[in-house]
Ligand binder design. Sequence first.
Ligand code: A5P
Length: 230
Amino acid sequence: MGKSSLNNSVAKQMAGRAAANLIENGMIVGLGTGSTANYFIDSLILRCKEGLKIKAIATSKQSYIRAQNGGIPLIDINDISILDVTVDGADQIDSQKQMIKGAGGALLCEKIIASSSREMIVVIDESKLVKTLGNQLLPVEIVTFGFKATMRKLELLGLSGILRMSDSSTPFTTDMGNFIVDIQLPTPIRDLEVLNQQILAIPGVIETGFFFNIAGRVIIGKNDGSYQLF
Ligand code: A5P
């Protein structure tokens, strides 16, 4: 492992640990997906072993298995009306806390769970902070039926996308059995909220990786082992 990725891991771990320390007895907690969320889950497992009593709902099979293996009690989202908090990572976040998520392919369940929570706490390392959203790819989840037709309609909006692949011949499928198209947004960046609505209006599009007006506290892990709240 190179020095920079090692340092990045420290930053992600600090953010994950700090978020786990905010969890209180009796809470229903959403477990995000990705490497930073994994550090949160691992710290939460330790806290549960020390006596913390919570129930959790996972945003992906991967997070479900990690939590289950660590002994975190898991419940079904359909058995509750609201979660107290969800802790999840982000791919990009700007100064207004607008985000792009979905590099890990769990954006649909992440959004359902975050939007059903009193607060979404975002855990990131400093590399996720951006001045302008959209300079990297935007993941869009689409149904498998007619996916080429859906991609053509995205192209008509000026959005060229690449079907995410698991390997050279197999498209990546989400936990929900859908495909992901990773879209290069046009520059200069247009009004993203309008663009989001245009994308969502295409038949076949299920959800986008834009997470607007949903982030609560943001915990930024640092390479020196500290963290910052914003
Ligand atoms: C998963 O689908 C994503 O939304 C992740 O939350 C996001 O990609 C952040 O992942 P890392 O913490 O691994 O960077």
